[in-house]
Structures are given as C-alpha cells and as structure tokens.
Design a protein. Sequence first.
Length: 86
Amino acid sequence: MSDMSASASLAMTHLATLAKEVDEDKVTPGVLGFIVFAAMALAVWALMKSMSKHMGKVKFEESEGEGASGKETAESPSGKGSPAKG
C-alpha cells in the first residue's frame, strides 16, 4: 500500500509543477467558447420546444372506426389471421 501512496504522491508533485507552469490567461474558453455554448443551448431549447409541440399533436387513444381489434384482424380478407385450409 505504501508503494501506491508513494507513486500517487510522486504523480501529484509532477502534475502540480506542470500546473504552475501553465499560464492562466491562455487556458480559457474565451468568447468563441461562449458563442458555441450559447448556440448549442439555443439549439437544444428549440428542439425541446418543437418536440413539445409535436407531442401535443399525438393522439394516444385509438378511435373506434380506425382501430382494428383482434377479431377484425382474424377475419380480414388478406388471410393473415385465418388458419390455412388445405
């Protein structure tokens, strides 16, 4: 276990020295990063609004005239529901 803590502390010391060398002014997303993030946020908002609009149009209940019950399917002229005669 002491080997693991020694290697972890060694790695942390190397990472800490690398972090000190990095210039804080150069590691920022900047204006371009903000513009990209804002565009993605607007796109997600527009997609969610559109999805909400389309989901409002969906009818989840089957109407009496359009829905096919099991009996109607079995008696259909296509023969898919009826047993084969032979």
